[in-house]
Ligand binder design. Structure first.
Ligand code: ZN
Length: 295
């Protein structure tokens, strides 16, 4: 008995730590989402030596992307890229409708200040949605908001014409990393009443403290924030780190290159190693592997 309990325990904790909850308010024309991540965020940072402000940026980008992904009613992939001319010139979170996410950031200079604009400089956020069926959609917003939450709010306003607000909190340490976010969006009705509902719920949601957002379980948090608004909470979904790289995909990239040149490279420098930039998995190709590649 004790054995099975102790075996089950970590699994339960894991499930609670990386989950996304969606809810609607029965009497109010708004919907909401709550996401809390821990393990999946640790995995994004694994094998990377990011400075603290870059970790913060990626953590915020990851929870915001999870929220955005959960608003989509499709099967497919999503990519949210930040591109700028600051010390962090690139950051990306890739995900899909199963809430499998991965991400990375690239640095080109020394970080002096930690706010969004000091990190990225002038730039934009590019959101690409690629459904399995149907057309690819791309939305671009300038990084003009004070923080990432405001950039996402601008995106929703631009792409869906729906008032949206995000609240993001992170807690990062060398041993463990947590991030969480709340999402509030007006329903497409867009009536005066919906506007009032959104305003009312924004005020309530703004009372949330970072500690609550990061550490309370979903039911306690949502009850504390909205005890009179009576949200109906749908079954939660797990958020996972998953890279999606593979030997096959790496091979496909090599197929486009000159086979003779690749063989000469192997001859002079040994096997060609291709490292995944996201998870650092290494795929190694020797002369025999190269010869087997389709021409
Ligand atoms: Zn990978």
């Amino acid at each position: 008995m004790t054995d099975s309990l102790s075996k089950n325990q970590p699994q339960q904790n894991e499930q609670q730590n990386d989950r996304l909850h969606r809810y609607v308010f029965n009497e109010l024309d708004c919907r909401g989402e709550l996401v809390q991540i821990n393990q999946s965020l640790n995995q994004v940072f694994e094998n990377h030596q990011y400075p603290q402000p870059v970790k913060q940026l990626l953590a915020e980008l990851m929870v915001a992307t999870a929220l955005l992904t959960a608003t989509l009613k499709f099967e497919g992939d999503i990519s949210v890229q930040l591109q700028g001319d600051g010390p962090v010139n690139y950051a990306v979170i890739n995900g899909n409708n199963k809430l499998e996410l991965r991400g990375l950031a690239k640095l080109q200079g020394e970080i002096v200040n930690e706010d969004l604009h000091s990190l990225l400089g002038h730039g934009h956020m590019v959101i690409t949605i690629t459904p399995v069926k149907g057309e690819r959609y791309q939305g671009i917003v300038l990084l003009e908001g004070e923080n990432l939450a405001q950039c996402f709010e601008a995106y929703f306003k631009q792409s869906e014409q729906l008032k949206t607000k995000l609240w993001i909190a992170c807690e990062l340490s060398p041993e463990n990393n947590k991030a969480a976010a709340l999402f509030l969006q007006i329903l497409p009705a867009n009536t005066t009443r919906a506007e009032e509902d959104f305003q009312h719920l924004s005020v309530l949601t703004s009372t949330v403290k970072d500690q609550e957002l990061l550490h309370l379980d979903a039911n306690t948090l949502l009850t504390r924030l909205y005890h009179q608004e009576n949200p109906t909470i749908f079954p939660s979904k797990e958020v996972k780190f998953k890279c999606g790289c593979s030997r096959e995909k790496t091979e496909a990239a090599l197929v486009g290159m000159d086979k003779q040149e690749l063989l000469e490279q192997v001859e002079s420098q040994g096997p060609i190693n291709v490292d995944c930039q996201f998870c650092q998995a290494r795929f190694s190709f020797d002369a025999a592997d190269i010869k087997k590649l389709p021409s």
